[in-house]
Design a protein. Sequence first.
Length: 192
Amino acid sequence: MRKLLFLLFLFSVCQVVVQAQDDVPPFEIFGGYTYLKTGSGYDQDLHGWNTSVSGNLTRHFAIKADFAGHYDNYTVRTAFNNVEVDNSLHTFMFGPQFNMRSSDRVNPFIHAIFGVARDITNARQGNARATIADTGFAMALGGGVDAKLGEHVSWRVFQTDYLLTRYRNPQRFPVRKESVHHFRVATGLVFH
């Protein structure tokens, strides 16, 4: 009985020592601002929000769920009337994240996340209205740097991504897939 209690005590002490050496939070939650430069040929600048949840499986490997919304509205001038256009792009992506954790204060990371994108364009000209919506494949390859501000909060100094969206909408593209290449930058707070 004493040997069993001693082994349990020794195991508990070893667990505490291992956790102290590998002081990595189980989850990290990010929320912040994002800017998206579209490669759609219309040279759009979209602004919005980005949030993600990362589950740290080890010190250097996490599974990430990333959600973002990007928005823009603009006016197209025609000879007869102006056309008011509202555009939104939402992405829902998941995948691995690799953390460098080079120090206690700074965490550089890279990720490859995959999922879906939802693009909605609303156009109004006088009393006429039209909506085109499409859902397709989305992929983001990128990374960033988190700087620790306190025990449970960090600042995502930057996150940059190459974002690919691929749609197939019979209303716009009857026989081919439309691939759009974007550039995305985000910053905000990380809670852990």
